[in-house]
Ligand binder design. Structure first.
Ligand SMILES: CC(=O)N[C@H]1[C@@H](OP(=O)(O)OP(=O)(O)OC[C@H]2O[C@@H](n3ccc(=O)[nH]c3=O)[C@H](O)[C@@H]2O)O[C@H](CO)[C@@H](O)[C@@H]1O
Ligand SMILES: C=C(OP(=O)(O)O)C(=O)O
Length: 427
């Protein structure tokens, strides 16, 4: 049963918020825990739907887990199954990342083509290329539910992978495949903080990973990896969404438990827009100007502007008087939010894969989040709009934003959740 968010806009967000740990890092560290028979503890894990889905998948493969608050204990004494069920993989793209770990630990893994948010073409050719370059035999089978990939290890992973483009998922696949007893050089890798986090985690388990944060990674695995306790990096996408919401409502918000240097591109844009930005070791504060300036954005690889904040920044720019141009080099067609923003009165034109935005005052409307970050963007627009908005598609929003209604409510937003046949207003 999909819930609907109801937001009465126009209230500047004010206050302080503790940012949650990064979903897109936690998911990969959880998949990597399959590589060891020792217990692994992740001390900071967001309680999100994607995390629950992956836990279910890991449980099917042989992982036992226990929560203590946001601390997650994982233990996989042995792999009991090597196939990932379609019902789970179809819900989330990151589930494909168990393929390399399964093949490395159990000698074989079978994973169907992943699901997740389909805002663009999202092939897995580079994952397969990487596993093959490391010596895995990868076969495909067409099933009733689509393509399923099986990777088999006949000897420890070893080789040189040259990616056609920097891919997070494809790099994570090879990192995990090589960490258990393999040896690999990975060329043209992304420099995103989530990749660095995985490198650090694998190092903690006992693998040697050189070049973390660069475009060439060297992995020297260990035949047996250990366990340990690790803390996931803060979620720069969640943090960025709240900052943009504060800027769009011309509010003033302090975020704690963040890594400001992971957010350089966004903070720089917001400062140029006229907002006062202050940062400390693990906090960032935005005090909005009432009359911000527009700017252009081209989403690209880290440390460039991150694609997952492209829909939220588009929504913010729709509230800023003047013309802005937004394009996305990672997913050139990631614009499912555009038509929904238009329903709220935004003047947006999509031409040649560039969104031209003429900012103005938005008006509340009934809109649909068609994917996770489009949802983040529509929430920002609704918070800034005059009048009431109803945002459906909560099943996507909940993939990436934990407890969003209560968190926004704590910052002064007038927000409620409507369950069909039942209304649960938070204020
Ligand atoms: C769970 C998770 O961590 N998801 C993030 C991850 O997705 P994901 O890991 O799927 O994204 P990738 O970094 O792999 O994709 C980057 C680009 O490479 C292309 N590509 C990727 C793999 C491949 O085999 N072939 C190929 O052509 C993609 O279509 C895209 O244009 O990084 C994306 C890019 O920062 C983010 O938007 C997602 O939120
Ligand atoms: C697109 C995202 O996730 P996924 O890659 O799992 O679809 C995201 O977190 O913005």
């Amino acid at each position: 049963m999909d819930r609907t968010l109801t937001i009465r806009g126009g209230q500047p967000l004010q206050g302080e918020l503790r940012v949650f740990p990064a979903k897109n890092s936690a998911l990969k560290l959880m998949a990597a825990s399959l590589l060891t028979a020792e217990p692994v503890t992740l001390t900071e894990v967001p309680r999100l739907r994607d995390i629950e889905v992956l836990l279910e998948l890991l449980g099917h493969l042989g992982t036992r887990h226990a929560w203590e608050g946001r601390t997650l204990h994982l233990h996989t004494p042995e792999i009991i199954r090597t196939d990932a069920p379609f019902e789970l993989v179809s819900k989330m793209r990151a589930s494909f990342n168990v393929l390399g770990a399964l093949a490395a630990r159990a000698g074989e893994g079978t994973v169907p083509l992943p699901g997740g948010c389909n805002f663009a073409e999202r092939p897995v050719d580079q994952h397969i290329k990487a596993l093959r370059a490391l010596g895995f035999e990868v076969t495909t089978e067409i099933t009733e539910q689509g393509v399923a990939y099986t990777a088999r290890r006949h000897k420890p992973a070893s080789g040189r992978v040259v990616y056609d483009l920097p891919t997070l998922g494809g790099t994570e696949q090879a990192l995990m495949a090589a960490a258990l007893g393999g040896e690999a050089v990975l060329v043209n890798t992304p420099q995103e903080p989530e990749i660095v986090d995985l490198c650090n985690f694998l190092t903690q388990l006992g693998a040697e990973v050189r070049g973390c944060g660069s475009s060439i990674l060297q992995v020297k695995g260990k035949p047996v990896l250990g366990g340990g306790t690790y803390s996931v990096i803060p979620d720069r996408i969640e943090a960025g969404t709240y900052l943009l919401a504060a800027a769009a409502t011309r509010g003033s918000v302090t975020l704690t438990h963040v890594e400001p240097f992971h957010m350089d591109s966004l903070l720089d844009k917001l400062a140029h827009s006229g907002h006062k930005i202050e940062t400390g070791k693990d906090w960032v504060r935005l005090e909005a100007t009432p009359h911000p300036q527009p700017f252009n954005v081209e989403a690209r690889e880290y440390p460039g502007f991150v694609t997952d904040l492209q829909p939220p920044v588009s929504a913010y720019l729709a509230t800023v008087s003047g013309t802005s141009l937004v394009s996305d080099r990672i997913y050139p067609d990631r614009f499912t939010h555009a038509s929904e923003l238009a329903r709220m009165g935004a003047e947006v034109t999509l031409k040649d894969r560039t969104l031209m935005i003429q900012g103005r005052t938005l008006t509340g409307a009934a809109v649909e989040a068609k994917d996770i970050r489009a949802g983040g963007g529509l929430i920002i627009a609704a918070l800034a709009a005059e009048g009431e908005s109803h945002i459906s598609g909560m099943r996507y929003i909940e993939r990436g934003y934990d407890d969003i209604e209560n968190r926004l409510h704590s910052l002064g937003a007038q927000i409620g959740v409507r369950v069909p046949e039942l209304s649960l207003a938070a204020d």
